[in-house]
Ligand binder design. Structure first.
Ligand SMILES: NC(=O)c1ccc[n+]([C@@H]2O[C@H](COP(=O)([O-])OP(=O)(O)OC[C@H]3O[C@@H](n4cnc5c(N)ncnc54)[C@H](OP(=O)(O)O)[C@@H]3O)[C@@H](O)[C@H]2O)c1
Length: 330
């Protein structure tokens, strides 16, 4: 298939590009050309900036026709609308060769819930536009509407926390930084909050399984590990990956006097409410099976971190030291 990946050169998009190439597809990537990662041989490049959504849409349409479009970097509805217009709505039926439009959404689209695990039909965020989850939900609305009214062959995947090699976000690396130095790992609350992760290559596999599957069209899928994992166990698995037990300490952020902004810097995951999404649908319809347990994935992530983690010099532990000195640590 002739496929374009919007984004596609940094993390999830890069691993997707590699997966699609390994499956024999002809792939092009759209980006600004700023991320200095090597793309697989033969991958085409389309330079465009999402800050000008109409120009990006025109470039993508011009370089078509495409059999599939993967949009990895849509964060606001205004970024998606011109693309749908250019590659689908504006085209006469005879030129609508696109078979799949795949959007990377997020598990954060769901509204707060009293029931877990979250299933795909559960209510989604009704928050005001402008937050990450509510904007991604509005993009989903736009895409569902384009599917229903105009037949856009859309599929959406809603990942949990994505982790693994190339992760530019300070998440597992936050833990690696502390555990490898023997520093305490400070977990807000009691460490029993459950969350869910997906290894980046497992996500790439799931995204690729959409191709050729008509049952996936018009559908949204949760994608994450089959089981949730509590934060203490996650830290223990990090310790196993590093080869040094994690020195886990719990604390009450309020007693430590941290502002909400400081709290966002002090810990990289949700720690107040459980996150658990049911993944039966993607397993049944796409035949998805993860190839990495969390333990295996974290071992891979640590190998990458040791070689590549880009932070130069010592990480900043000022906030950790303040929490430790606050008397709020149990
Ligand atoms: N990380 C998580 O835990 C998580 C969880 C759930 C869902 N998600 C979703 O997963 C997706 C994240 O994918 P990723 O970060 O791994 O994407 P990626 O596609 O691997 O990397 C970002 C890409 O976008 C390009 N880019 C950045 N700004 C651009 C702009 N203004 N115009 C054009 N290209 C631009 C970058 O290249 P250049 O710099 O060269 O432009 C790079 O190719 C998002 O949709 C996010 O909502 C993430």
């Amino acid at each position: 298939m002739r496929i374009v990946v919007i984004g596609g050169s940094k993390f999830a998009g890069l691993h997707l590009t590699r997966e699609l190439v390994s499956r024999g597809h002809e792939v092009s990537v759209v980006n600004r050309g700023q991320t200095a990662k090597e793309l697989p041989a033969g991958v085409g490049r389309i330079i465009a900036d999402r800050k000008d959504p109409a120009a990006l849409a025109a470039r993508v349409a011009e370089a078509g026709p495409w059999d599939a479009v993967y949009d990895c970097i849509a964060y606001r509805p205004a970024e998606s609308a011109p693309l749908i217009q250019a590659i689908w709505a504006d085209l006469p039926d005879a030129r609508r060769t696109l078979k799949h439009f795949v959007h990377i959404s997020t598990g954060s689209v769901y509204a707060k819930t009293d029931y877990l695990p979250l299933k795909e039909h559960f209510p989604r965020s009704a928050d005001e536009p402008g937050t990450y989850g509510s904007d991604k939900k509005l993009i989903e609305d736009l895409l569902f509407a384009a599917h229903e009214k105009e037949g856009l062959p859309v599929t959406m995947l809603r990942p949990g926390y994505i982790y693994g090699p190339d992760n530019p976000i300070y998440r597992e690396s936050y833990f690696f930084d502390r555990v490898r130095r023997g520093r305490p790992v400070l977990i807000p609350g009691n460490g029993l909050i459950i969350t869910q992760f997906v290894y980046v290559d497992d996500l790439a596999q799931a995204l690729s399984l959409v191709l050729g599957n008509r049952e996936a069209v018009g559908e949204a899928f949760n994608i994450a590990g089959e089981y949730g994992c509590n934060l203490d166990h996650y830290a223990q698995l990090i310790g196993e990956a590093v080869g040094r037990p994690a020195d886990i300490r719990h604390y009450d952020p309020q007693a430590a006097g941290l502002s909400p902004d400081e709290m966002r810097k002090a810990f990289p995951y949700k720690w107040r409410e459980h996150t658990l999404r049911d993944t039966t649908k993607i397993r049944q319809i796409l035949g998805y099976r993860e190839k990495h347990t969390l333990k295996e994935g974290l071992a891979e992530a640590y190998r990458w971190y040791v070689e590549h983690w880009p932070v130069k010099g010592e990480p900043d532990f000022t906030l950790d030291d303040r929490i430790l000195a606050s008397g709020a640590v149990r």
